[in-house]
Design a protein around this ligand. Structure first.
Ligand code: AAL
Length: 427
């Protein structure tokens, strides 16, 4: 071995040393050539440095710069319910639009739209006194109870269709529950004609009881009326959703409006001091510009909302400190539709809302065949709670299978348009 041949260990140390020197001088050069770059470790608090609008936003609009730490972000997991029969899915039985889930008398309660008709829905023109126009036509409000939230026992009808011409004689649907001063109130859509004749038109009515098991007495009057002609909510007052805040009853609701070419769906708020009204619509209505069925829960001093299906801000979780002016605070996917969460502090007039971890929701056209159209109730779980931290729920990638992509293929018209559009090179 001559003096120029180095032992292997010495060689590797020399190479490593040279590499470290090269790296540090390169990084030093970078540092000297430009101001300090954004740090490698994402700051948990907003850093004091010039930032892009997007970087500013994750510190100003969201509770934390990353979803894993955002209490108002969650994925959703789903479980089939046990105990409810759907006639083999032939479309004659539907259960949909569940209420919030409450806990009373040592068990859980849920109310929902129940339709049991000789046929599946056949459209407004073919509808009769026994043939439904739509999935929620000729329906009643039924209820079920559960010990664990997974297996449910149907108890039967809570609010039947009243005789004509009382409000809801055609169909009573899409209910939600309020507990107030020891009494129970069910708010629901009261149809006076088959849905689809003009549109999905209805006001909101209410029934009350001393027990969640009834018997329920209809108030017999409209409690949230349709808007005046030309107003956004002139035809439909849907999805009444009561919460207690500031010693009052806040009822959020949805309306379908415009319709050129398709309906716009937004959500409003009506506030009352007594469960049977009067309720005053908020002057800033609509208060949520997107979404479909209403789903909200007290959170800290404000209220959070699950906003899904429609509008620019669908697939978002929103928050209003003042219960009126909502901001997007989370973005998620595969959200529960028509969700009725278990909200333990829905009626406690809380200023320290704890959030939610589960509830019931629905899936429409449950067997994928509009000929047998019906909906089913399912359970959803999430971590939108200040008292739970479930990292699995905080994952921000919902995995879809190849089949999920491929079953959303082009329509024949789209394929034809694409094939008949010359490529830029051919123009
Ligand atoms: C639901 C709700 C209301 C509508 C119809 C039944 O998802 O928005 O209840 O009227 O669809």
């Amino acid at each position: 071995m001559n003096q120029f041949t180095l032992r292997p260990l010495a060689t590797s140390r020399l190479v490593l040393g040279l590499a470290l020197m090269a790296f540090s001088s390169a990084s030093l050069a970078m540092a000297e050539s430009s101001p300090e770059g954004f740090p490698f470790v994402l700051p948990k608090e907003k850093p004091d440095r010039p930032m892009s609008a997007a970087m500013e936003r994750i510190y100003t609009d969201f509770e934390a710069p990353r979803p894993e730490d955002n209490e108002l972000f969650s994925q959703f997991k789903y479980t089939a319910l046990e105990g409810l029969d759907y006639n083999g899915g032939d479309g004659t039985i539907t259960r949909r639009d569940p209420s919030k889930v409450i806990y009373a008398n040592g068990r859980y309660y849920v109310w929902y739209t129940y339709r049991n008709t000789p046929t599946s829905p056949k459209g407004a023109d073919a509808s009769t006194d026994v043939i439904p126009s739509r999935d929620w036509d000729l329906a009643e409000i039924w209820y079920a109870t559960s010990e664990d939230g997974f297996t449910w026992e149907e108890q039967g009808v809570a609010v039947p269709r009243p005789p004509k011409p009382e409000v809801g004689w055609r169909s009573v649907t899409t209910t939600d529950i309020l507990e107030w001063e020891g009494k129970y109130y069910l708010y629901y859509q009261g149809f006076m004609e088959a849905s689809g004749k003009r549109g999905d038109d209805c006001p909101v009515a209410v029934s009350y009881a001393d027990s969640p098991d009834g018997p329920w007495t209809p108030h017999g009057e409209i409690v949230i009326p349709n808007g005046a002609p030309g107003e956004w909510d002139q035809y439909s007052i849907h999805d009444p959703y009561p919460l207690v805040h500031d010693g009052k009853i806040y009822i959020y609701y949805k309306s379908d409006f415009d319709g050129d070419p398709i309906l716009v769906r937004m959500q409003g708020l009506a506030i009352g001091e007594h469960p049977l009204g009067p309720f005053e619509k908020h002057p800033l209505n609509p208060v949520i510009t997107s979404g479909h069925e209403t789903t909200l829960f007290p959170y800290k001093t404000g209220v959070a909302a699950l906003v899904y299906k429609d509008g620019n801000e669908h697939n978002t979780i929103q928050y209003a400190e003042d219960w009126v002016n909502f901001d997007v605070v989370g973005i998620t996917e595969l959200m529960p539709v028509a969700a009725g969460p278990h909200v333990p502090d829905a009626f406690t007039n809380t200023t320290d809302g704890r959030g939610i971890t589960w509830g019931l929701s629905h899936v429409t056209n449950a067997n994928g065949n509009w000929k047998d159209n019906h909906s089913i109730l399912i359970r959803f779980d999430c971590d939108l709670s200040r008292d739970v931290h479930d990292p699995v729920m905080k994952r921000h990638q919902v995995r879809y299978e190849v089949t999920d992509y491929l079953r959303r293929g082009l329509t024949p018209e789209q394929k034809e348009r694409i094939l008949n559009t010359p490529s830029p090179a051919a123009r």
